[in-house]
Each structure stands twice: as structure tokens, then as C-alpha cells.
Design a protein around this ligand. Structure first.
Ligand code: CO
Length: 213
């Protein structure tokens, strides 16, 4: 399997289909990308941003990592946010988690997984922050689902606190941050209603998340 021929075969079929739908499709994409959305999601192969939102190439700028974590010292994630906000001028940043997230689940265990434990440390810290609520949920699957939701809320908060988003709002740039979660079992997206479009609304994030229960 040196060449992974089937993937190239798939690609040829896909490119032909795109041209059949719109003969200028690739020409237009070459000219520019003007996505309205930045998607920050989990690297999980079952949560592909474009497919589940029905968006075409050119319509969503994407950053994915394990458990959709936004860390203030992560230059990779911050660079994506900066480029999306300041150059592409996206109007929406969507932080999308998913139920049953393996990364979030791993952070709830004491088992060691290697290098990734350092990344999951961020989630372990979050678990401690929400320990009282999470430990109160008997059912382990439900507890994981709630932690997946709380993780989205926290990452929305982190996005809003970046100098990039704060700066955009100060300049009066139109920019909203959303927290969503995706159900692998049914393919449905759910809005967690932690919607922030100005620095003034930031403190309301946790209130909004709490109200949902
Ligand atoms: Co995941």
C-alpha cells in the first residue's frame, strides 16, 4: 500500500463531480477563500467540520486538535484564530465538541497514555474546576457527556479571552463566538447557547451554560 491508490481514485471522482456541478468551482477557489466561519473542533475522524455542516471547500476555516482545546500558549491554535479573524475576517468562531470524546474520557482516567497526557493535563485541570458538578452525576456516560459540554463552554471562554478576539471587539469588528456539541450517535449538532459577540457578554457565558440544565 505504498501509493494508497484508492484515495487517489476517490479524489479523481470527487474533483470530476465538483466540476460537473460547477465548471468554474476550482477557478473561483484559486482566486480567493472567503470563509465566514472558523471551526475549532476535535481531531476525531468522526467529526468532519465540512461534512456535518454541509459546507463546501472555501466556506469554513478549520482548526482541530484532540478534545478541541484552546490553550493560550498554543501558537498553532492562536495563529489560526489570528489569521481567521484579522485576515479572513470570519464572522463566527464555532467551538464544537462532541459527545463520547475519547480525549475528554482519557482525561477522566488515571491511566497513563504517554505524551498526550501533557495535552490532557488541560482537561484534568478543567475537571477539577467542575468537580463538584461532575462528581454529582452517577452515570459515567452522562458524566462524560456533561464534561464534554463543559469543556466546550470553557474553550469558548478561552477563545473570547484571547488578545485576538478582544482586539477585534475593541475595533468594533463583527465577530461572534459559539459553543456547539455534536452527537456521534445521531449525527446531530446541538447549540449549547453560549453565544458571545462582545466583551461585555463574556461573564454571561457560565450563566448561560448553567441555565441549560
Ligand atoms: Co474527541
Amino acid at each position: 500500500m505504498r501509493s494508497l491508490k484508492h484515495l487517489f481514485d476517490n479524489n479523481r471522482v470527487w474533483a470530476a463531480e465538483m466540476l460537473q456541478r460547477d465548471p468554474q468551482f476550482f477557478e473561483k477557489l484559486v482566486a480567493q477563500q472567503t470563509p465566514q466561519y472558523l471551526w475549532i473542533g476535535c481531531a476525531d475522524s468522526r467529526v468532519p467540520a465540512n461534512e456535518i455542516t454541509g459546507l463546501m471547500p472555501g466556506e469554513v476555516f478549520v482548526h482541530r486538535n484532540i478534545a478541541n482545546v484552546v490553550v493560550h500558549t498554543d501558537l498553532n491554535c492562536l495563529s489560526v484564530i489570528q489569521y481567521a479573524v484579522e485576515v479572513l475576517k470570519v464572522k463566527h468562531i464555532i467551538v464544537c465538541g462532541h459527545y463520547g470524546c475519547g480525549g475528554v474520557a482519557a482525561a477522566m482516567q488515571t491511566k497513563e497514555f504517554g505524551l498526550i497526557d501533557n495535552w490532557l493535563r488541560h482537561l484534568k485541570d478543567l475537571y477539577q474546576k467542575h468537580e463538584a458538578e461532575l462528581e454529582g452525576i452517577e452515570d459515567t456516560a452522562l458524566r462524560l457527556d456533561r464534561f464534554c459540554e463543559l469543556n466546550v463552554v470553557d474553550q469558548v471562554y478561552h477563545v473570547c479571552h484571547t488578545t485576538i478576539v478582544q482586539g477585534a471587539w475593541r475595533r468594533g469588528q463583527e465577530l461572534a463566538v459559539h459553543g456547539w456539541i455534536y452527537g456521534i450517535r445521531d449525527g446531530m449538532l446541538k447549540d449549547l447557547e453560549v453565544y458571545v459577540e462582545s466583551a461585555d457578554e463574556l461573564d454571561a457565558v457560565y450563566r448561560m451554560a448553567g441555565k441549560r440544565l
